[in-house]
Write a protein that binds this ligand. Sequence first.
Ligand code: AMP
Ligand code: MG
Length: 410
Amino acid sequence: MITVEEALAHVLERARAKPPRAVTLADALGLVLAEDVASDIDSPPYDKSIVDGYAVVADDLRNGVAQLTILEEVVAGAVPKARVVPGTTTRIMTGAPIPPGAEAVVMIERTRLVPCDGVGLGAVSIDDHEIRAGRNILRRGSSMRIGDVVLPRGTRLRPAAIGLLAEAGRTTVDVVPRPTVAILPTGNELVEHGEKPAAGQIRNSNGPLLAAAVRQAGATPSVLAIARDEEVDLRQKITSGLEADILLLSGGVSAGVLDLVPRVLSDLGAEQVFHKVRLKPGKPLWFGISRRPERETLIFGLPGNPVSSFVCCELFVRPAIERLSGRAGTGLRRVHAQLDVEHRQRGDRQTFFPGLHRVDDGRSHVTPAAWQGSADLHGLAAANALVAFPPGDRTYAAGETVDVLLLEDA
Ligand code: AMP
Ligand code: MG
């Protein structure tokens, strides 16, 4: 049986970034840029004031005080008409263009209007010993110049980058599109979660669980109707699932008499890459690929038990989604943490145990959750991390350092 690391290497080797596509800025959050983006203007496009105040000739303030005649008032969005010359000033608002002739802006707080006889805008008396040329002016092009690449290909688009794209004049942008993931729950015992299970039935919790995990990892999920453990139904639903970039099946990959998934997949021409991983929970994991002229689909046959399904999804499907999205494929963030309590570990498989991670005094700590095994979603739901224990029987003492995978917040 292959190890978790070997299995992940097989997956990543086959997970290639999707071809670029143009999307609007509203759809670009979290995606990876597939082009270098240059600005089509200088920004800011003109010298502008960063305060409310008075635009002046610097030399008028060489002694720190002056009384100046007000020429006009310019608000943001307006264009100044008058040239500021020695002895004069223009009242200016934040964001408005600097008038010709002006070299600095005095903040309104440093000024006082001179009582006026009603002719013109009157005069202002200024007391500001700090004023030099350039003070309180944001120069044209100081943020970016026309033609400058402001965001290089490969950038993951966070909110600030979306704002920068807008500043650079973009309405659409080439990105690596979001992968699509079809989710196919299989099992004769399953009913949809809106129903009350009759004798021998259980609710399909994996459909909604996997859809949420996939969405959190950055892909677009679509949950198919439950497939029965029967070849014709499986074949038909798998065929429709193969229209996605990734197909996740849950259940039907273990050693039971009705575990038909691997055979049906192979009948449909999918190539098996591996079946079974030295992993707990999640040993029955099946992975393969379907290559057709119109599309390549990565196929994961996840074990039916919800926690096994989830762990396999986080360990293998998440990195695959990241790679298809043009990202590195490093998966969940890994940290070292101190075990809060003694923990006994048994078996020859690498084990991922739900745990509660917290940071205390700058140090990571983790407590294994009260967890009943691979069907126990309740125990998993209380966790925010998976503690990774290497294979082998061993008792870990409280205070020992262990590897922890941090489950992402929503
Ligand atoms: P299987 O891998 O099909 O043998 O299923 C293993 C266990 O997981 C069985 O107890 C199933 O009832 C359960 N199971 C399978 N599919 C689901 C599902 N979609 N939601 C919840 N439990 C499931
Ligand atoms: Mg089953």
